[in-house]
Design a protein around this ligand. Structure first.
Ligand SMILES: Cc1cc2nc3c(=O)[nH]c(=O)nc-3n(C[C@H](O)[C@H](O)[C@H](O)COP(=O)(O)O)c2cc1C
Length: 151
């Protein structure tokens, strides 16, 4: 079973709700899970970190919400060695914006640059298509949790 840290980027609470559902289901599957809102580099760059699950919305014009921005800037700045850490990505957005789900892609781009290994395909949740983001997230999480188990 893995040590998983869920990194939450939210403005209005949708991504937080999705993150809490993920935490409950992953804990039920036997993982050790912490949910970090306003995460800092010191909470992430610790020996026990094995897997990160980014769960973020996009705000402004393609921006990362404040609750995740500090970590993004710190990682971008310091580029610590997290090559051994794997990650997954849930990105909430609204496809009526040109900058659809951009915050998730910014996190993905940074993690790829840091040579971290992504588990599974990113999940994009479009506010134009669903008012209940937990539903697609719960389905996606089943496959993601299986992928963790087989790593
Ligand atoms: C002011 C504002 C700006 C937004 N900007 C974007 C954007 O640039 N790209 C995008 O894909 N979605 C954008 N969205 C949509 C949100 O990402 C989406 O509604 C999401 O579900 C909100 O999640 P949250 O409650 O966790 O913040 C924006 C929403 C608002 C209200």
């Amino acid at each position: 079973m893995a040590n998983i840290k869920i990194l939450v980027g939210t403005v209005y609470g949708n991504a937080q709700d999705v993150a809490e559902m993920c935490r409950e289901n992953l804990v039920a599957a036997g993982h050790e899970v912490s949910l970090l809102r306003q995460a800092t580099i010191d909470e992430v760059v610790v020996d026990e970190t094995e897997i990160l699950l980014v769960c973020t919305s996009t705000t402004g014009q393609g921006e990362i919400p404040d609750s995740l921005l500090l970590l993004y800037c710190q990682l971008q700045d310091k580029q610590p060695d997290l090559k051994h850490v794997k990650y997954g990505l849930i990105s909430l957005g609204d496809s009526s914006y040109d900058t659809y789900a951009e915050a998730g892609w910014l996190m993905d781009e940074l993690f790829q640059k840091m040579e971290m290994q992504r588990i599974g395909e990113p999940l994009l949740i479009d506010a134009c298509e669903t008012l209940t983001p937990n539903e697609p997230a719960e389905n996606w999480l089943v496959g993601w949790a299986d992928s963790i188990a087989s790593k």
